[in-house]
Design a protein around this ligand. Sequence first.
Ligand SMILES: Cc1ncc(C[n+]2csc(CCOP(=O)(O)OP(=O)(O)O)c2C)c(N)n1
Ligand SMILES: [Mg+2]
Length: 301
Amino acid sequence: MTASGPEARYRGMYLIRRFEETLLDMFSQGLLVGTTHTCIGQEADAVGVIGHMRPGLDQVVSNHRCHGHYIAFTGDLAGLAAEVMGRSGGTCSGRGGSQHLCRDGFYTNGVQGSIVPLATGIALAERERGDGAITTVFIGDGTLGQGAVYECLNMASLWRLPLLFVVENNRYAQTTPVELAVAGTVPDRARAFGVDAAHVASTDVEEIHAVAGEMVEHVRSGRPAVLSIDTYRLRAHSKGDDVRDPAEVDARWATEPLAVAGARLDAARRAALEADADRELAEALAVAHASPVAVLDEALA
Ligand SMILES: Cc1ncc(C[n+]2csc(CCOP(=O)(O)OP(=O)(O)O)c2C)c(N)n1
Ligand SMILES: [Mg+2]
């Protein structure tokens, strides 16, 4: 996704939203292999932050809720669709599935917290290589309970690693509310290690993009940083597992990222952007559907 500006960011978020809504439909039809976690409601984080990354140079490390990050970084809808369908044309030949993506400087793993040491190692390697690349790692509020996060904040600070930690605080770790799991604040935790931090309490992609830009500049100057974003997932943790008060979820639709960003666009222009994204998605899905089912030998070849 190389285009920039509010229209491109709206289109990028819309594409992620439609992709994941389609995935949920496909899951119901038994077309997906394994499970899937959507970022519906959190698209502004992916688009706002990753808009500052330079594909081909910078590295992005993500978690179980990774589709938005992957699409924002690679634009590879067909590869992701084929991957979650277990098809040979998938990002990892259809053997990794939704949570295990690896392509062109983008890595994910579903083991909570495991990705943080991975990203720290990548950032160290990039610093040693001296090519100016930065690494961004996305974690959720629940992953703040993993001790490895703090070991990595310590190392990143001591070694001045070009590493941006992004915390997407969607208020829940599966069913556990953040109030029961996280004491204090994320920026205070970062600052305890001498790491600069910013906090965005907004689902507005423009606001997130602006603050992320400041933090990315900071990281490019050779210091790690933490960006904490308050967000909300509008669908279940995975698919059927939602124990939140339906009234709480309903209220959050009023401030979901597409509504916020879309309200600023001319209606005809917005419809044109959506139609263009729908066409791109339909073409990608056609490619994925036409791809043969993956076989183990092929993946290992
Ligand atoms: C080490 C480990 N423990 C437990 C799980 C099961 N699990 C998957 S996602 C999740 C909650 C993650 O919460 P959070 O970090 O807030 O991310 P979110 O799902 O809200 O995006 C849990 C407990 C896991 N994947 N890895
Ligand atoms: Mg969470």
